[in-house]
Design a protein around this ligand. Structure first.
Ligand code: NAI
Ligand code: OAA
Length: 343
């Protein structure tokens, strides 16, 4: 039963999607880091989402230019750019704050190598959000996600405004990649190939549950299984290597973040049964020091409505989970301890 539940949970995240909905309510979305490699295409995709009525683009450089450009697209979202000293203004009234601000990897780096630079960027943006838009849903893209999400949680706890239902590490790209790579092997449509991806967002913490996917039995174990799991876990490295020093995934990430944002907007507007995978405050492995864990979640009008169970897993997947948990615990502890020492 759980397998079917988990499968349904990410069905919506698998296939290519355009954005539409019949119910249009006012929705104010802010993007922090809007002029970057992810920020620019993400801003365009959000401008194209009919559920966004106000789009507020902030960056320490170039955001007014990006906003002027995007604002000419003839969709309803009123688009405004905010300069470096206008962060608080950008956050006024925001219901969703998407954060792709921070440096990306270069070849040879791990996501954790970004910690020293990105931790303080994310902390400062979170502080402003906790002050100006404490009830907003926060969608964290900046790496290392395994640690930046706990940093945001600590900032919000310190400000007395933490709501675990409203904080998300965006892991939709892992689900997107898993669907693409598996369907490439099976020949099934990507839209019919739904792979729940649980755990976190780096290397061995990315755990695809191929046993629950349509066509997953084609690569259930052995060398092909190992290769596919490795490709999903290290898909980010593939892009970093191909970009050859010019950064990491931006376009596919913008797509994935726009998909997740659209799902959240639908849920906030009262649509039922909206499900995605995301890295959230989760009860599943708290007893092992893992306060945040990605699983299929059900979205509702308050954000996370339900953290769904992983469901049955194969012996191989059990081993992947065993490898993921201690690494995740370490990443989470690092974020929490850092922000407690550097409030
Ligand atoms: N969660 C995920 O699946 C993925 C996460 N990422 C991460 O997303 C982040 C951004 O990647 P890119 O867009 O490629 O980098 P980028 O360098 O192209 O853009 C980052 C933007 O952030 C801005 N920025 C820096 N400090 C800021 C601050 N304090 N306030 C507002 N804006 C600020 C920069 O001016 C720049 O425009 C990186 O940390 C990267 O590792 C990338 C791909 C996938
Ligand atoms: O690999 C990176 O550094 C960027 C990222 O998180 C991804 O593409 O999944």
């Amino acid at each position: 039963m759980f397998a079917r539940q988990a499968l349904r949970s990410v069905k919506a995240a698998a296939g290519p999607r355009y954005f539409s909905s019949s119910a249009i309510n006012n929705k104010n979305v802010a993007v922090l880091g809007a002029a970057g490699g992810i920020g620019q295409p993400l801003s365009l995709l959000l401008k194209n989402d009919p559920l966004v009525t106000s789009l507020r683009l902030y960056d320490i450089r170039l955001a007014p230019g990006v906003a002027a450009d995007v604002s000419h697209v003839n969709t309803p979202a009123v688009t405004t750019g905010y300069k470096a000293d206008e962060l608080e203004k950008a956050l006024e009234g925001a219901e969703i704050v998407v954060i792709p601000a921070g440096v990306p990897r270069k070849p040879g780096m791990t996501r954790d190598d970004l910690f020293n630079t990105n931790a303080s960027i994310v902390r400062d943006l979170a502080k402003a959000a906790a002050k100006v838009s404490p009830k907003a849903h926060l969608l964290i893209i900046s790496n290392p996600v395994n640690s930046t999400v706990p940093i945001v949680a600590e900032v919000f706890k310190k400000a007395g405004v933490y709501d675990p239902k409203k904080l998300f590490g965006v892991t939709t790209l892992d689900v997107t990649r898993a669907s693409t790579f598996l369907s490439g092997i099976t020949g099934n449509k990507p839209a019919d190939t739904v792979v729940p991806v649980v755990g976190g967002h780096s290397g061995v913490t990315i755990v695809p549950i191929l046993s629950q996917a349509n066509g997953g039995d084609a690569v259930a174990k052995g060398e092909n299984y190992d290769k596919l799991v490795h490709r999903i876990q290290f898909g980010g490295d593939e892009v970093v290597k191909a970009k050859d020093g010019a950064g990491s995934a931006t376009l596919s990430m913008a797509y994935a973040a726009a998909v997740f944002t659209n799902s959240l907007l639908k849920a906030l507007n009262g649509e039922k049964g909206i499900k995605e995978c995301a890295y959230v405050d989760s009860p599943l492995y708290k007893d092992q020091g893992v306060d945040f864990f990605a699983t299929p979640i059900t979205l509702g009008s308050e954000g996370v409505a339900e953290v769904n169970p992983i469901g049955p897993v194969s012996a191989e997947e059990e081993k992947l989970l065993e490898a993921a948990i201690p690494e995740l615990a370490k990443n989470i502890k690092k974020g929490v301890e850092w922000v407690q020492a550097n409030p």
